[in-house]
Design a protein around this ligand. Structure first.
Ligand SMILES: [Zn+2]
Length: 436
């Protein structure tokens, strides 16, 4: 008699992304209670399930993990492009946010962004924005995993007078039973938060075992300003405040020197590389070679869609690899399998979730995507890693499974109408133009 489970993924080449980078052929994955119950030979009838996905001729890989996003910025896509960072922020994004940010706007824009991520094979995003509840509700309603945080902007440094993190801890308690939603502490950056605020964040992270999520040295001026104001460079400053005592993920990390990299490598910090955003805003190019030499964990991220302008980690893998091969004059630098690690297991590690997700192994969350390779652009297929990074685009993701639930099947979202989302985005366009 066979054992009952919820879902079986049958056949295909399973790229596990485990420690041995095992690739399993002719195997099936049995899923129950959101977890991988077993990976077993396809021809054995050990399990039975009501739902079955035939992955013959496909690649089955861990779902992609986006280590830095601002998901509700989806409606700002293409609104103001080809501008310097300070003008883009001060003249367009921040004034619009001041007028528009409320629960409904954030909820609707998050639905759109979450849907787009699922279609691009993303199963988890580490987000930073405002209106945490709206983001948590929107993402979890579509079945997307999300780490939610409120961007703390507190230049006046009022942490001593006004307690921070209260709302976050309340929501954390409220969403305790929601397996898709977790929370992190997100001081926006060292130049938007005061010293007391950052020190309090460090304490809270320790007290409540929370991830810290922040921006680091995106602009060239940041280290100079930090030196002038605090007598040390940003990473030393963060360390002096206790921020590096906890698990932390820093977006960008472009203008970081070798001594700072050593501090990052000694801590539990990771860098969320946002190559596309950094190139588009002309912020600079993160020193990936030096980071790797220092032993810093690296992952990829899309950043907000307004500065990218997509939510596509396949594209990030492709041009991050190529850009740094060219810069280092070394085609063997950043091999395809290393790039795939930066959006799966290394990304999970950056978020402190490597025991939960990021690879396909028994007991881990069933967060996976199925990629169709029965098409012209994927054949012949010699090396699946090479194809995933250099040949196959996000549109080849056929099915997305998160926490054991099929959230996209045959490129159709299962929990929302794509047409409705498109219509809503068009309505918001009219509103945003009026506000501009
Ligand atoms: Zn950002």
């Amino acid at each position: 008699m066979s054992i009952k489970c919820d879902l079986i993924i049958q056949g295909g080449s399973i790229l596990t992304m485990d420690n041995w980078m095992s690739i399993l052929e002719n195997q099936s994955i049995a899923i129950a209670g959101g977890r991988i119950l077993d990976i077993y030979p396809q021809n054995q009838d050990i399990y039975e399930a009501e739902e079955l996905i035939d992955a013959t001729g496909c690649l089955v890989i861990p779902g992609l993990i986006n280590t830095h996003s601002h998901i509700p910025m989806t409606y700002f896509r293409g609104l103001a492009d080809d501008l310097p960072l300070d003008i883009w922020l001060n003249k367009y994004i921040w004034p619009l946010e001041a007028k528009l940010i409320n629960h409904d706007f954030v909820y609707d824009a998050s639905l759109h962004g979450a849907a787009e991520m699922i279609k691009h094979g993303i199963v988890l995003t580490n987000d930073m924005y405002f209106q945490m509840r709206a983001i948590a509700d929107a993402c979890s309603s579509l079945g997307l995993r999300v780490i939610v945080s409120e961007a703390m902007i507190d230049a006046k440094d009022t942490a001593a007078k006004h307690p921070i993190g209260t709302k976050l801890l309340e929501l954390k308690e409220e969403f305790r039973d929601n397996e898709l939603v977790s929370f992190s502490l997100a001081p926006h950056a060292i130049y938007t938060c005061g010293t007391q605020t950052l020190a309090r964040v460090a304490e809270l992270a320790q007290e409540h075992n929370l991830l810290i999520h922040s921006h680091l040295s995106e602009a060239e001026a940041e280290p100079y300003n930090c030196l002038k104001e605090h007598g040390m460079r940003p990473v030393h400053y963060l360390k002096s405040l206790g921020i590096l005592e906890s698990k932390a993920v820093f977006a960008h990390g472009i203008w970081v020197d070798n001594a700072e990299m050593e501090l990052l490598a000694e801590s539990e910090a990771s860098i969320a590389l946002c190559t596309d955003s950094n190139l588009k805003l002309s912020s600079g190019i993160a020193p990936i070679k030096a980071y790797r030499d220092a032993g810093v964990n690296l992952a990829l991220a899309t950043d907000g869609v307004a500065s990218n302008n997509n939510l596509d980690l396949f594209a990030e893998m492709d041009f991050t690899a190529k850009l740094h091969k060219a810069i280092n004059r070394d085609p063997s630098f950043l091999r395809a399998e290393e790039m795939l690690r930066m959006v799966t297991i290394d990304a999970a590690r950056a978020l402190g979730l490597e025991d939960q997700t990021g690879s396909l192994e028994q007991g881990k969350a069933a967060d996976l995507i199925i990629i169709d390779t029965e098409n012209l652009e994927s054949q012949p297929l010699y090396n699946p890693y090479s194809h995933l990074v250099y040949a196959i685009g996000a549109h080849s993701v056929r099915d997305t499974v998160i926490n054991g639930r099929v959230v996209m099947r045959d490129r159709k979202l299962t929990k929302v109408s794509e047409q409705d989302l498109i219509a809503r985005a068009k309505d918001y366009k009219a509103k945003l133009i009026k506000e501009l």
